[in-house]
Design a protein around this ligand. Structure first.
Ligand code: F0G
Length: 494
């Protein structure tokens, strides 16, 4: 068991000092793992005990090297049984609670008017006071429905940073997607407390320039594509006010809303004593709608929703919902899934859970940082992002340093992350190849699935990687599909 207090205290103080230029007067950076008025306990504790376990198959390094070779050096090609700690995504990979499994038995599978839908709708509206709630099978289905109505050729849609599927659905409709995150959000070392914030000046200019071609303003909380960085309540309100002043609907991509609210509570002036539920309600009270993947901050293994206030828009969306997902009271889900999500939404706002979740991420990032591993800072909500370009400067971006790093991490420890760099983004529509803006490895942490000792194991794997890193070689793509090559391409070490 590690003693965390010294290190945690030190790092938070360092972070506070570094934040000062931006936020001295507006932010109090509270230590996330302490409860006010309670004895100081040092250890990050999982606020649950384990009733049911899934074995992890332990493998040797030689086995993993053979598996990776057979998968053509593409981690997506591995069988998950050959992975010890799977950090490919935090989406749908969380552990459900006993109460969620019990709720699933209550699931009513009626085609129309199921009580499971009533419980789902009530749980969503308890946190997000929207008039119309449309269940979908996952987040991208909500996006597809929304942009089939609001998108189209000639439309321009801004966000802090659109997630890939959001961008895909916007561009698929013929519209254009624009990322207007603040400059600090693009600097992996900036310690700004809300690196997911929208640049308000850029947004205002955008709204003036593009006028009626802007069907809505989006905001992603937390900003996944920008490192899981949070958005302040102040920024959400300012974006809402700008959208309103220009007569544009304001839609929040709320996938990680509870993590975002936790950061608001920790980092934003005047929010420290408020409940997570109240903060969440305030975030959504100023929006006209939301898209959601229940596979993140609703503890679902599947699910999502589209929420809207506008009656006409909701009517149109319901027609699309019935065409593509299912009837309005189940969308793309079974009744039991609706009940699991309804219960999950009561658990995700629990502060003991959020303290542990963000605390673990902070813990890993602090230790990697202390070791000299370049990580995106400050800690975001759901993932650790390692800057492979900075750590492996000897590998050319077009030899995919982040893929080389992710692959070696698997060979060393059986840990599976994902490359977010030139392998994912480098291929251009004209067939040429161009380095991506950053070469990152994302290690996304599934919810309630792994423990602190898994975190320590990861850190130990990085210690070994540190010793081996100068020997790492780049890779070459030997076979790739026409689009989205990172999922299925085959690679060879150089
Ligand atoms: N928006 C954000 C911010 C997301 O992170 C995701 C999914 C979606 C929308 C789409 O939701 O998967 O339910 O269709 N992110 C996952 C990830 C896939 O690994 O980051 P979905």
């Amino acid at each position: 068991m590690r003693n965390l207090m010294g290190a945690e205290r030190g790092s938070h103080n360092a972070a506070t000092a570094a934040l000062a230029p931006f936020v001295l007067s507006v932010v109090t950076w509270r230590r996330g793992h302490l409860k006010t008025g309670e004895a100081l306990m040092k250890t990050i504790i999982e606020p649950f005990r384990i009733k049911s376990v899934e074995p992890i198959r332990l493998t040797t390094r030689a086995e993993r090297e053979a598996r990776l070779k057979a998968a053509h050096y593409n981690l997506f090609g591995l069988k998950s049984d050959d992975v010890l700690i799977d950090l490919l995504t935090d989406s749908g990979t969380g552990a459900m609670s006993a109460a969620q499994w019990a709720a699933m038995m209550r699931g009513d599978e009626s085609y129309a008017g199921s009580p499971s839908f009533d419980r789902f709708e009530a749980a969503v509206q308890n946190l997000m006071p929207f008039k119309h709630i449309l269940p979908t099978h996952q987040g991208r289905a909500a996006e597809a429905i929304l942009f089939s109505i609001l998108g189209g050729v000639g439309k321009n849609i801004p966000s802090n940073t659109h997630f890939d599927t959001t961008r895909g659905n916007i561009e698929g409709s013929g519209a254009l997607a624009f990322d207007l995150v603040i400059d600090e959000g693009k600097d992996s070392q900036s310690l700004h407390p809300f690196k997911g914030n929208m640049d308000l000046e850029k947004l205002e200019t955008f709204l003036i320039e593009h006028g009626d071609s802007v069907p809505c303003v989006m905001h992603t909380i937390t900003n996944n594509a920008g490192g899981g960085q949070p958005v302040s309540l102040e920024n959400i309100r300012a974006v809402a006010a700008l959208a309103k002043a220009h007569g544009r609907p304001f839609i929040i991509d709320g996938c990680r809303f509870a993590e975002n609210a936790w950061f608001i509570k920790q980092r934003e002036a005047g929010q420290g004593e408020r409940s997570i539920t109240d903060i969440v309600r305030d975030c959504f009270a100023v929006a006209d709608g939301m898209t959601m993947s229940a596979k993140k901050d609703a503890f679902g293994n599947i699910g999502g929703w589209l929420a809207l206030n506008d009656d006409e828009l909701a009517d149109d969306a319901r027609v699309r919902l019935i065409q593509t997902e299912g009837f309005v009271t189940y969308g793309g889900l079974a009744g039991r899934d609706l009940d699991a999500i309804a219960q999950g939404l009561t658990e995700i706002v629990d502060e003991d859970y959020l303290r542990y979740r963000i605390g673990t991420n902070q813990y890993i990032i602090d230790r990697l940082d202390a070791m000299g591993v370049p990580v995106v800072k400050p800690a975001g909500g759901h993932a650790v992002f390692v800057d492979a370009r900075a750590w492996l400067p000897h590998i050319d971006p077009l030899a995919y340093p982040a893929q080389a790093l992710a692959n070696r991490l698997y060979e060393i420890g059986g840990i599976r992350g994902v490359e977010i760099g030139s392998l994912m983004f480098g291929r251009q529509p004209d067939g040429s190849e161009k380095p991506a803006a950053m070469e990152l490895v994302r290690l996304a942490i599934p919810r309630r699935t792994y423990t602190q000792s898994h975190a320590d194991y990861m850190i130990e794997a990085f210690e070994q990687l540190q010793a081996e890193k100068d020997s790492l070689k780049g890779l070459k793509v030997v076979k790739e599909p026409r689009l989205m090559r990172h999922f299925t391409c085959q690679l060879r070490p150089l």
